[in-house]
Design a protein around this ligand. Structure first.
Ligand code: G6P
Length: 608
């Protein structure tokens, strides 16, 4: 989604802005722009569509100098991808970059047009710029007062950074709907939508809270909370190692992140598994009391996180005997809901900023759930801030748009949570010990599977020119089929669909012919015999079959079986996604696609 970086310093800030905004490229965008206020108090703005490198070339040709500036990468929502629609937007002395959507922008636009404002873009951001300018001119008040007064007129989300050419010693940042983090320097201060943009310059960070407005000077900052009172916000030292953000020996971040999974899972387990016990003391006593009362669990998430939630439904029901429902966040928020008795609400999210998931959490708070918990990868994120409880997945920063290590660490944390709740509710159960022991072996198991990469490269060669691929799975392997299909779509743009194996005969069987490859994950479990029947059905219709299994599949059928090392049934979903991630990656690579930034997608989707 949109990326924001801004700085107020005692030196020329142009290079910093370009380098930092480049670091936000991974989030997905279609155009970018930058503005500085120079020594003559003039606003210099440069924008372009395409990559940040294009912006850099344009900026460098102009040799601009300024000690205060803002930069932005845009992911189009209001108005097409064009230079005019790229941020920053200007209204006379006001310069603004924005992340979010103003829902009543058309009404405000027509109001401002009647006041004589001429619009140069189709964006809702230009509406904010003119509104602030109109208020400032009309009331003669300071910009901060003008912003505070205008908040009621803006409906929607509007995290933004504003500069005023009439008072160019400060930046004003407003957090509404998506995160903003202040970076503290020596006689210079910064603000960005993601700490990654700042880590090469400072590790001292202050995350703004929802509704905060910050006035940022080079030597000091002042923060007002949503009620307009001055607040001190905690300074943290980022523990993200700047070096680990690089690609290392890998060609793409996605490849690096796939191979990082054993170590990410070790981090997720660290301090949480000790001598057969799962330790979630980080949740506190209040969580324990609530867990004892849980009679139903509702999980809400999007994309890859939704697939992890679907796997956990099987665990909650089969191990803890707690009924569990899982729903895509945008659907949860779009209907009248009936809440079960003693239901507990869980969100899953890598970024903690997905607008649909946040909206679902906010709705859930009005519905009488016992409480809520988020399982998230980003500590300062909105979901973490707004949830009663949180568990961090500790996957480390994930840059590839297609989630990989986030998925397996989410599953790891979920399985620990299921075991913990089971043990709380069923005192005699040995499940905590069992899961703790199995999970400690998980990183080694994944290392084993990653060694299969050559076989998967060969298969990717056979599949890369196909137009359609079907993924099948049964039970807790169905979400794995869904996640495998999602990875393939995202990275290779091949149409891929996932079906529960048993549902094949109710429709998709009509698609099967010699041109349709069918990928099946079939670990040894009580469902394997049924899956074998499905294999026969596909084979009888000439489908091309690839089966990932830890068993010899004793069938005469014409198929390719990729042998996976044996794993305990309970962790099979975490293991079986690995070859599917590799398969998507190698197919995308062969097709020459932009693996880390697939077209039209964004890493963190902060609009509904
Ligand atoms: C976007 C990303 C997906 C991700 C989904 C949910 O669509 O491209 O990779 O799975 O958002 O994101 P979250 O951060 O909430 O897990």
């Amino acid at each position: 989604m949109c990326g924001i970086v801004a700085a107020v310093t005692e030196r020329n800030i142009t290079d910093f802005l370009l380098e930092s905004i480049k670091r936000l490229e991974y989030r997905g965008y279609d155009s970018s722009g930058l503005a500085i206020i120079n020594q003559k108090k003039n606003i210099i703005r440069i924008r372009c569509i395409g990559k940040v490198n294009e912006l850099s070339k344009k900026v460098k040709q102009k040799k601009i100098f300024g000690k205060i500036g803002i930069a932005h990468t845009r992911w189009a929502t209001h108005g097409k991808v064009s230079e005019e629609n790229a941020h920053p937007h200007i209204s006379s002395n006001i310069v603004i970059v924005h992340n979010g959507i103003i829902e009543n922008s058309l009404k405000l636009r027509s109001f401002l047009e009647k006041k004589g404002y001429i619009f140069h873009s189709d964006t809702d951001t230009e509406v904010i710029a003119h509104l602030l300018h109109w208020e400032q001119t009309k009331t003669g008040k300071s910009l901060i007062e003008v912003i505070q007064n205008s908040k009621n007129r803006l409906h929607g989300s509007y995290s933004m950074v504003i500069m005023d050419a009439y008072n160019s010693s400060k930046l004003i940042a407003v957090r509404s709907g998506s995160p903003l983090v202040i970076g503290l320097g020596q006689k210079e201060n910064f603000i960005a939508s993601d700490q990654i943009a700042l880590l090469n310059i400072t590790k001292r960070l202050i995350y703004l809270k929802e509704g905060d407005i910050a006035i940022i000077h080079s030597k000091n900052i002042k923060i007002f909370n949503k009620h307009g009172f001055i607040k001190k916000r905690k300074e943290i030292i980022s523990n993200v190692k700047y070096k680990t953000i690089g690609k290392g020996k890998y060609k793409y971040y996605m490849e690096k992140e796939i191979y990082e999974q054993p170590s990410s899972i070790r981090h997720a387990l660290h301090h949480r598994i000790k001598k057969d016990k799962i330790n979630f003391s980080e949740l506190g006593y209040r969580a324990k009391k609530i867990f004892l009362n849980i009679e139903h669990i509702q999980i809400v998430a999007c994309g890859t996180s939704y697939h992890a939630a679907m796997v956990s439904k099987h665990w909650f029901e089969s191990l803890a005997s707690i009924p569990c429902d899982v729903e895509v966040a945008s659907e949860f928020s779009s209907r009248k809901l009936a809440v079960r008795k003693k239901s507990f609400f869980i969100t899953l999210s890598q970024s903690g900023e997905t607008a649909d998931t946040l909206e679902a959490l906010r709705i859930s708070k009005k519905l009488g759930y016992l409480g809520n918990l988020t399982i998230c990868n980003m500590k300062g994120s909105s979901l973490v801030q707004e949830s009663d409880f949180y568990l961090l997945t500790k996957a480390g920063i994930e840059i590839g748009v297609a989630s990989t290590k986030s998925f397996t660490t989410q599953l790891t944390v979920l399985l620990m949570l299921v075991a913990k709740i089971t043990k709380l509710k069923q005192k005699k159960s040995n499940i905590e010990k069992k899961i703790a022991n199995i999970l400690t072996t998980l990183p080694f198991r994944i290392e084993e599977i990653l060694k299969k990469n050559n076989i998967i490269k060969t298969i990717s060669h056979q599949l890369c020119n196909k137009n359609n691929i079907l993924f099948l799975g049964r039970g807790d392997q169905y979400p794995i089929a869904m996640e495998g299909a999602l990875k393939l779509k995202e990275i290779s743009y091949i149409h891929a669909e996932a079906y529960p194996s048993g549902e094949l005969k109710h429709g998709p069987l009509a698609l099967i012919d010699k041109n349709i490859p069918v990928i099946i994950t079939a670990p040894k479990n009580s469902l394997l015999e049924k899956t074998k029947k499905n294999i026969k059905e596909i084979s009888a219709r000439g489908g091309i079959i690839y089966v990932f299994s830890d068993q010899e599949i004793d069938l005469e059928e014409n198929m390719t079986v990729i042998k996976i090392p044996y794993v305990e049934e309970i962790i099979a979903p975490i293991l079986y996604i690995i070859p599917l991630q590799l398969l998507a990656y190698y197919i995308g690579l062969r097709k020459g696609k932009n693996i880390d930034q697939p077209r039209n997608l964004a890493k963190s989707v902060t609009v509904e």
